[in-house]
Design a protein around this ligand. Structure first.
Ligand code: SF4
Length: 149
């Protein structure tokens, strides 16, 4: 039986990104031979439309948001921190409900970023909200960059 793993929906080739496009992972067919995906899009789950204005962090990354030190502001100047947090928490609830132990996430995204995110116009070391929530809850869930398999 294939292992169930969490996956950013856009990596499966579905057009849920801010720009109305997908970002299908390279090697998706190989990935599907090995894993059974549990897809989620935290930004859509939080209630944001597609397409939507691009968003970046101000003041720090996802970990800093959880400590109340940073916010997520979109290109139109709207603070979307709470809606993105809501969607990320929903995705994590699903992951916990199904006992998923590994997440393949889209790098550089405010919710799904693993090692790099956009902060104040620069692509820098940091993580998105979902990985930050996994860390803060001390969950034994592996979080990896899923852009290629
Ligand atoms: S929130 Fe995650 S799943 Fe949704 S479009 Fe952004 S990177 Fe993809």
């Amino acid at each position: 039986m294939k292992e169930v793993v969490g996956v950013s929906l856009c990596l499966l080739g579905l057009a849920c990104r801010y720009n109305g496009r997908a970002k299908k992972m390279r090697g998706l067919e190989r990935f599907l031979e090995r894993f059974s995906p549990l897809p989620f899009c935290p930004e859509q789950m939080g209630g944001l439309p597609t397409p939507r204005p691009p968003t970046q962090f101000f003041g720090g990354d996802g970990r800093a948001v959880l400590m109340g030190q940073a916010r997520l502001i979109n290109e139109e100047g709207r603070d979307v921190t709470d809606v993105m947090l809501k969607g990320s928490r929903m995705a994590l609830s699903l992951v916990k409900l199904l006992g998923v132990k590994k997440l393949f996430l889209k790098e550089k995204s405010p919710c799904c970023g693993v090692n790099k995110v956009w902060i104040e116009g620069k692509l820098v070391e940091g993580c998105g909200l979902l990985k930050a929530l996994v860390e803060r809850e001390g969950l034994s869930i592996e979080v990896v960059v899923g852009d290629e398999f």
